[in-house]
Design a protein around this ligand. Structure first.
Ligand SMILES: C[S@@+](CC[C@H](N)C(=O)[O-])C[C@H]1O[C@@H](n2cnc3c(N)ncnc32)[C@H](O)[C@@H]1O
Length: 246
């Protein structure tokens, strides 16, 4: 297991400072980047006694592996990986779980955007297969805008088995596929629920589809055949939110 990694961008770093400051080993700031957007972050880091070396843009670019760091890069201990056991703990605690399943999303921008959507929709956790999925990389955290620290991501060894386990615990699983006959807006999305989204290229795998209680589609008016997975996730989650609040 890696001993350290880097998280970059104001929102991503601020979220680690707020939710798990003990992970931060060092906070690198760009020389001359001590403006008001960074001030709350510096204040928090001071309170936790975190060292804040100032350095050049070039060094930050190298540490982040990106130029999108907004002058802020944190060297952190990797977050604890959550597994099926942690998922069980969550199911024991939540009377009405609201979960998202991502079956093999590989693009870090998509996972980051799904985390951001999930946080905004009040999702209790995201379940992904351990293999063939992108993990919580620095780019995912940056795109998630802080949601990588707030939405638990459970990495399971066998997704189909975990889906069946969810069903045994009373969770209704709605799968999504463009060709499904049932319309998302006719589906019942109240109660213990998991919404399953497919991968960018292939959609939901056959076994994952078979584990869904029902499949729904988002009606498409134009000529494209499908939506980007993070866009589709946002639509499905917020239709569920609308129904659950109603
Ligand atoms: C880019 S699409 C995958 C397209 C893939 N060729 C397929 O046949 O499913 C990625 C995921 O977004 C969701 N999605 C995209 N468009 C959708 C739609 N119109 N209705 C339901 N889900 C959709 C599904 O979860 C899908 O697996």
């Amino acid at each position: 297991m890696k001993k350290q990694e880097f998280i970059f961008g104001i929102h991503a770093v601020e979220s680690v400072l707020k939710h798990s400051p003990e992970r931060i080993l060092e906070l690198f700031l760009m020389q001359g980047r001590l403006d008001e957007r960074v001030a709350p972050l510096i204040q928090l880091a001071r309170e936790y006694g975190i060292s804040m070396p100032q350095t050049s843009r070039k060094v930050l670019d190298e540490k982040a592996g990106s130029t999108q760091h907004q002058g802020v890069v944190a060297r952190v201990k990797p977050a604890k990986a959550l597994t099926e056991h942690d998922l069980d703990d969550l199911l024991d605690k939540q009377d009405t779980p609201f979960l998202l399943i991502l079956d093999g999303v590989t693009d870090p921008h998509n996972l980051g955007a799904c985390l951001r959507n999930a946080d905004a929709a009040g999702v209790h956790g995201i379940i992904v297969p351990k293999d063939n999925s992108v993990s919580l990389t620095a780019t995912v955290s940056k795109v998630a805008c802080g949601a990588a620290e707030t939405v638990p991501l459970f990495q399971v060894t066998n997704l189909a088995r975990s889906m069946r386990h969810l069903q045994e615990k009373g969770v209704w699983i709605i799968g999504t596929a463009g060709e499904a006959d049932c319309d998302l807006y006719q589906a019942q999305l109240k109660g213990p629920l998991a919404i399953a989204m497919g991968a960018e290229g292939k959609g939901l795998r056959r076994l994952s589809r078979e584990c869904c209680d029902t499949l729904v589609s988002i009606p498409m008016a134009g000529s494209v055949s499908s939506l980007n997975v993070s866009v589709a996730t946002g639509i499905c989650l917020f239709e569920a939110v609308r129904q659950r609040l109603g």
